[in-house]
Design a protein around this ligand. Structure first.
Ligand SMILES: [Fe+2]
Ligand SMILES: [Fe+2]
Length: 292
């Protein structure tokens, strides 16, 4: 199916960051509501709305249960590259996009803004580290994966798609939508079976979780694995698949989300000044090299 689409059709957005920026239309920062209207950054840019919509159409059409199985067998062998975190960060910064470099922050800066906001609030160091690492799975883009298989809201596959997922109408084009194995409420799962048994749409969250799972505390792993699962952490649409531990751990996922969404200040973090702290933090938790 996807081979019939050319590269531009596969990647409608100017940048993978357009998806995160668009999230602010759906989930505006509640602390910004009190500000004067002209202080708002204007996120409603009609061209971008259209490209993000097209991105979701592709995502919802092609993220099937089989597609996820196929990507897991391809990427969870971790035979693409061996990199230190610093090489991965550098690699991620080579992500070419069409956005304006004068306004937009590079990937390192987004990671540092997220983690510095967490540090400023006095959270434990593994939480700070999680903020710094959380989007490194986007290196999938550099392995040639289309945008719709790297970013975007994630959701369970193998059971009916919730109408709480953004643009639910696009699921009608997904073959699983009419497949009786996958289109009932529980699908291939059982009630409250726990999210660990549930396959999520494939993207940077699950990929990075699988790379990090032996190194970070459990709340950190939940934050990484489910940070794009808006249908749950914002809409509570899939509680029937969660077990008690998931419910408890999602408090951390919810705590993490505002740092991801609302820390995109135009002020650039001083990367050089911050490096010694982050070098020590990474060395405390992670091995020298990781397999991607
Ligand atoms: Fe992310
Ligand atoms: Fe992020």
């Amino acid at each position: 199916m996807k081979s019939t689409l050319n590269k531009n059709q596969q990647n409608p957005m100017g940048s993978v960051d357009d998806w995160e920026d668009d999230l602010l239309n759906r989930y505006p920062d509640p602390t910004e509501v009190k500000k004067e209207k002209e202080e708002f950054r204007n996120y409603v840019d009609s061209e971008r709305v259209e490209t993000v919509k097209e991105f979701y159409r592709l995502n919802h059409t092609y993220q099937t249960y089989d597609f996820v199985c196929q990507k897991e067998s391809e990427f969870l062998q971790f035979n693409k590259r061996e990199m230190s975190i610093w090489e991965a960060v550098e690699f991620l910064n080579t992500l070419v996009d069409d956005s304006d470099p004068d306004i937009d922050l590079d990937q390192t800066q987004h990671l540092l803004q997220t983690s510095e906001a967490i540090r400023a609030d006095g959270h434990p160091d593994w939480f700070v580290l999680t903020g710094f690492l959380h989007d490194l799975g986007k290196v999938l883009c550099l392995f040639g994966e289309p945008q719709w298989a790297v970013v975007g809201d994630t959701f369970p596959v193998g059971c009916a798609y919730s109408d709480k997922i953004v643009y639910p109408e696009f699921f009608k084009a997904n073959p699983d939508y009419t497949d009786p194995r996958y289109n009932s409420k529980f699908g291939v799962y059982t009630e409250n079976c726990g999210l660990d048994k549930v396959k999520m749409s494939w993207g940077h969250d699950e990929y990075l979780y699988q790379i990090m799972k032996n190194y970070l505390p459990e709340p950190a792993l939940y934050m990484i694995r489910y940070h794009s699962f808006y249908a749950q952490h914002r809409e509570d649409a899939y509680r029937f698949l969660m077990d008690d531990k998931d419910i408890e751990m999602f408090e951390w996922v919810k705590k993490f989300n505002p740092y991801d969404l609302y820390t995109k200040a135009p002020v650039r973090p001083d990367v050089n000044a911050l490096m010694p702290y982050y070098k020590a933090l990474v060395a405390k938790y992670l091995p020298e090299k990781l397999k991607f």
